[in-house]
Each structure stands twice: as structure tokens, then as C-alpha cells.
Design a binder for this molecule. Structure first.
Ligand SMILES: Nc1ncnc2c1ncn2[C@@H]1O[C@H](COP(=O)(O)OP(=O)(O)OP(=O)(O)O)[C@@H](O)[C@H]1O
Ligand SMILES: [Mg+2]
Length: 326
């Protein structure tokens, strides 16, 4: 579906306004983005989880001549084998049991627009060769189809992993790496651009006020100081989540450190004096669990996976350590 150019301008201005820069490294990134956005060059955006990779990919698309056409995100991590091919290339009616009608894949849906390959490092190794072949000339067949289809797309990929290390252990193809990474853009973690935090807090409060139709509170300098001291392992997403949580429950016209949830303030507690091993273990485990929960926006399934424990064990530990969202 094509968008009208007045709508594009609106979307582009909104996305650019949303994207807080406030530091020299981010200004340099935006300069590079403005230089490359207009050309159909493949871009690889790297950066830790929650640093704004998807938001930046959308901005690149909206700044490009392809902006009137679709921006199609696809998460390479969730599917493998035939399911992955189906998601990307689609299928013809009757191609397999359950294929009751023809279905376009992401490549076709992104025709004339931008295909955003998120978590590219998770692309199953068995799919990487075929995938590379398609990226050579953008020709493919739908599953069960005879006809060759050719699409014209711009490719933006993103990852929070170091692809060069994955190449060394044979879990990512080097040729594929050089195909997707013509222009590399690295988004620094939030702890390396702390000067942007006050502006982000202000902007997220504006967003929440509009979203929940509630007046925007002010924030104390003590609160900002706490935010400036914290390391933000979940980066901008974690900051946005905490602001949203505080905003929803806050009923005053000012937000101070006492408004912060206990699981967040916990990070600033002094380590226990006693070296009782059970206590040390509990402290360390609680800290790790809270960190991952905050990073994943309290998605317990995802958190359990990152912590390498079963969701059941995580539920048990939450009860045992009395960890709850507050
Ligand atoms: N510089 C920024 N200014 C304002 N908001 C931002 C900025 N960067 C990211 N955000 C917001 O933070 C959230 C996370 O951003 P995004 O989804 O783009 O991160 P990501 O790097 O793709 O994360 P992941 O690796 O987990 O997929 C989004 O709500 C996004 O709008
Ligand atoms: Mg993302």
C-alpha cells in the first residue's frame, strides 16, 4: 500500500522528533544516516538490546525515496527451516497441507520498500546459503511455485551480537556478512550517552501523558541523578519502561526517587555486610533476576530464557525472594 506524501512527511517528522540525540556520537550517526538514506545501500545497525535499532531503521526508510512504500520488519530469530522460507518467500495454494490460499512472504510485501531483517545473527545456518542467493538478485519462487518473482527492495539488518565473532565459530557466513553490511552503523549503549537521559525522560513523559491522557508531572533533580548513575543494561527501552511504570501509578504533580519501584531502587542498595553464603547467593540472584526482568519489560518467558532457567524455576524464585512488580 502506497502512502501519500503528506502522510510521509508527518511520519518522518514524528520519527525524527522522537529520536533523541543530545550527544556528539548520536549527532554523527544522524549525519551518516542523512548521507546514506537516499541511496539503496544495505545498512547493518548494531547495538545492544534496546538502543533504538528498529527506530533508526524506520527513520532511514522514511528519509529514503522508498518511504511511500512499505517498511516490513521480520524477526529472523523466531523461525527456522521451511517456516522461515514461508515467512520470507510465501507459498502457492496447495503447496503443503494447510496452504489453502496463496500467501505473499515478507520479500514480496516489501516490494519497492524496505525489508528490515531484525536479529539477523539468529538466521538459521541452514537458511543462510539460500538467503544469500536471493540477496544476490532478489529473485525467488514462492514455496510450491513455478514462477520466478523479482522484487526491488532496500535491505536494513540489525543485530545485538558481534557477527565477526559468530563468523569465527561458523555460525554466520562471512559472505552474507559482507552482503548485508555495506554501511555499518553502531548505536552506543545508553550508559555511554548519559547526557541524553534528561531529554529522554522529558520526552517519554510527554509521550505517556498523551497516551494515557493524564497531566505530565515534573521530575526532581534527585531522580535525574539516580538515572544518571544507573548503568541501564536494557538501554533506552528500560528507561522508557520505568518511566511508563512510574507515570501510571504516580498521583502527584512531581516524580521523585520515592516514586521509583522498589525493584529499581534495589540496584542502589549497599551490598550486605555479612558474608553469609546463602544471603550472598540470594542478593546476587535477586539482582540478576531484577536486571533481566527490567530489561525484558517483565516478560517472564524471555527472562527465564536469558537466565538459562525454566519459567517454573523463575516463578519459584520470584516467590522465594519476594520479587514483585510494584
Ligand atoms: N534515541 C532514542 N530516543 C527516543 N526513544 C528511543 C531512542 N532509542 C530508542 N527509543 C525507544 O526505545 C524503545 C526501544 O527501541 P528499539 O525497539 O528501536 O530498540 P532495539 O535496538 O531494536 O531493541 P532490541 O535489540 O531489543 O530489538 C522504543 O520504544 C524506541 O522508540
Ligand atoms: Mg529491535
Amino acid at each position: 500500500m502506497k502512502l501519500q506524501s503528506s502522510n510521509i512527511k508527518f511520519l518522518r517528522d514524528a520519527a525524527i522528533q522522537e529520536f533523541v540525540l543530545e550527544c556528539s556520537s548520536m549527532h554523527s550517526i544522524m549525519k551518516a544516516v542523512n548521507q546514506v538514506a537516499g541511496f539503496d545501500v544495505n545498512v547493518l545497525i548494531t547495538g545492544e538490546s534496546g538502543t533504538g535499532k528498529e527506530l533508526l531503521a524506520k527513520i532511514i526508510h522514511l528519509l529514503s525515496p522508498r518511504a511511500v512504500n512499505p517498511f516490513v520488519p521480520v524477526n529472523c530469530g523466531v523461525l527456522s527451516g521451511m517456516m522461515f522460507e514461508d515467512k520470507l518467500f510465501g507459498h502457492e495454494k496447495g503447496a503443503f497441507t494447510g496452504a489453502i490460499r496463496r500467501k505473499k512472504g515478507c520479500f514480496e510485501m516489501a516490494h519497492q520498500g524496505t525489508l528490515f531483517l531484525d536479529e539477523i545473527s539468529e538466521l538459521p545456518v541452514e537458511n543462510q546459503v539460500d538467503f544469500l542467493r536471493v540477496l544476490e538478485d532478489f529473485r525467488f519462487r514462492r514455496i510450491g511455485g513455478e514462477k520466478q518473482i523479482r522484487v526491488m527492495i532496500r535491505l536494513i539488518s540489525a543485530t545485538n551480537k558481534n557477527l565477526k565473532s559468530l563468523i569465527k565459530v561458523d555460525s554466520f557466513r562471512e559472505d552474507l556478512f559482507y552482503r548485508i553490511q555495506v554501511v555499518p552503523i553502531h548505536l552506543p549503549p545508553l550508559r555511554k550517552r548519559r547526557e541524553a537521559i534528561p531529554k529522554m525522560v522529558d520526552q517519554f513523559l510527554n509521550q505517556m501523558a498523551a497516551k494515557y491522557k493524564k497531566p505530565k508531572p515534573s521530575v526532581t533533580s534527585e531522580l535525574i541523578n539516580i538515572f544518571l548513575r544507573y548503568d541501564w543494561p536494557g538501554n533506552v527501552r528500560e528507561l522508557k519502561n520505568i518511566i511508563e511504570r512510574v507515570f501510571i501509578v504516580n498521583d502527584k504533580n512531581v516524580i521523585s526517587p520515592s516514586s521509583l519501584p522498589s525493584d529499581f531502587l534495589w540496584h542502589f542498595q549497599e551490598p550486605p555486610q555479612m558474608m553469609d553464603l546463602a544471603q550472598v547467593r540470594k542478593t546476587a540472584e535477586t539482582k540478576a533476576i531484577l536486571e533481566v526482568l527490567n530489561r525484558t519489560g517483565w516478560d517472564k518467558e524471555k527472562a527465564a530464557r536469558i537466565l538459562n532457567i525454566s519459567p517454573r524455576t523463575l516463578r519459584y524464585k520470584l516467590l522465594k525472594f519476594n520479587i514483585k512488580i510494584s
